[in-house]
Design a binder for this molecule. Structure first.
Ligand code: SF4
Ligand code: FES
Length: 334
């Protein structure tokens, strides 16, 4: 007898391991029924439960106790029960609530997308397009903060922070020395280092990749380009500190940014070290694997992916030439 439990989400059933959250069960199904998640991060223990974007309706609790749950629940923090039935995009109540959550997040988040380096990769921007309303009902001043410098590699824009805690968990779990956290409570809560201190240790750059908005950005990439004009390629190097598997972001023939690779939910596949991220920005530092596949939903995919790899890289990399004859032919004509 199987010890898996059956859950049905928006009419699609799946058997999952006991203890699985509704969100992760939905991810196992995949597609449009997966709730958005701004604070949950599968690679970070204890994450989730902060942003409420993943709210769903449990219309049947379980086979044993079929009563519906009285309120919408955070799918990242609610465990599936055998026979549970969940509604996400099929529930008008959930769609309406999500709109409210986006409105709440945008009360304090500035609409500075035109000058924000995260634009095009920002989960809140995507969420606002899908669930936001055109007008704001909020008339008060937005929060402001004293600017603090957290080092020469990472830029903190506190006004953009949605207090998801991902960067705190990352510093706690991925690096060996967390020097920042969330200080204060309520609308005074802020990311800070308490006594001004640089966030710099071998893996600190990962806080940039996990931040769902533009609150933590790469100082070495700041204002260099809009991300949809860059050309991402997968590359790796033999790194003693991390997997060395990265995405290189090209402007012409220059690597202007190095990031970890992200999966379909925008989560880092493998965390990378600061050496790979900040100190290796030459093509010759890397073995190029090929153009990075970007979700068709992303604004970045608006560019021509088949032409992503810079000609000089293609010429120098025989493996790439063999694996992509069509590209080779085109490049040799350039
Ligand atoms: S800085 Fe970014 S990752 Fe950190 S809590 Fe704020 S939004 Fe989350
Ligand atoms: S992703 Fe579930 S509460 Fe934020």
């Amino acid at each position: 007898m199987s010890d898996k439990v059956k859950v049905t989400i928006d009419g699609i059933s799946i058997d999952v391991e006991p203890g699985t959250s509704i969100l992760n069960a939905a991810r196992q199904i995949g597609g449009d029924i997966v709730p958005p998640a701004m604070c949950y991060y599968s690679k970070l223990q204890g994450s989730g439960g902060k942003c409420r974007t993943c709210l769903v309706k449990v219309s049947k609790g379980s086979e044993k106790d079929p009563r519906p749950m009285p309120k919408l629940v955070a799918s990242c923090r609610t465990t599936v029960m055998d026979g549970m039935e969940v509604q996400n995009i099929t529930s008008p109540e959930v769609v309406e609530a999500r709109k409210g959550v986006v409105e709440l997040l945008l009360i304090n988040h500035p609409l500075d997308c035109p000058i924000c380096d995260q634009a095009g990769e920002c989960h809140l921007q995507d969420l606002s397009y899908e669930h936001g309303s055109e007008a704001t009902r909020y008339e008060f001043d937005r929060r402001t903060f004293d600017k603090i410098d957290i080092g020469d590699k990472i830029q903190l824009h506190m006004t953009r922070c949605i207090l998801c805690y991902r960067c705190v968990f990352t510093a706690d779990q991925i690096t060996d020395n967390r020097v920042h956290g969330i200080l204060g409570r309520g609308d005074a809560a802020e990311i800070s280092t308490y006594i001004e201190k640089a966030v710099d240790n071998d893996f600190s750059g990962n806080v940039i990749d996990v931040c769902p908005v533009g609150a933590l950005t790469d100082k070495t990439f700041r204002f260099k380009n809009r991300v949809w004009f860059t050309k991402p390629v997968d590359a790796h190097r033999d790194c003693p500190k991390c997997s060395g598997k990265v995405a290189l972001w090209y402007k012409g023939e220059d690597v202007i940014r190095v990031t970890a690779r992200k999966d379909v939910y925008g989560e880092v596949e493998e965390f990378i070290c600061n050496d790979c991220r900040f100190e290796h920005k030459k093509t010759s530092d890397w073995v190029i694997e090929g153009p990075r596949k970007i979700s068709p939903h992303s604004v970045i995919s608006a560019n021509h992916y088949e032409r992503l790899t810079p000609p000089s890289v293609v010429r120098k990399n025989p493996a790439l030439l063999e694996s992509n004859k069509e590209q080779f032919e085109r490049v040799t004509k350039l």
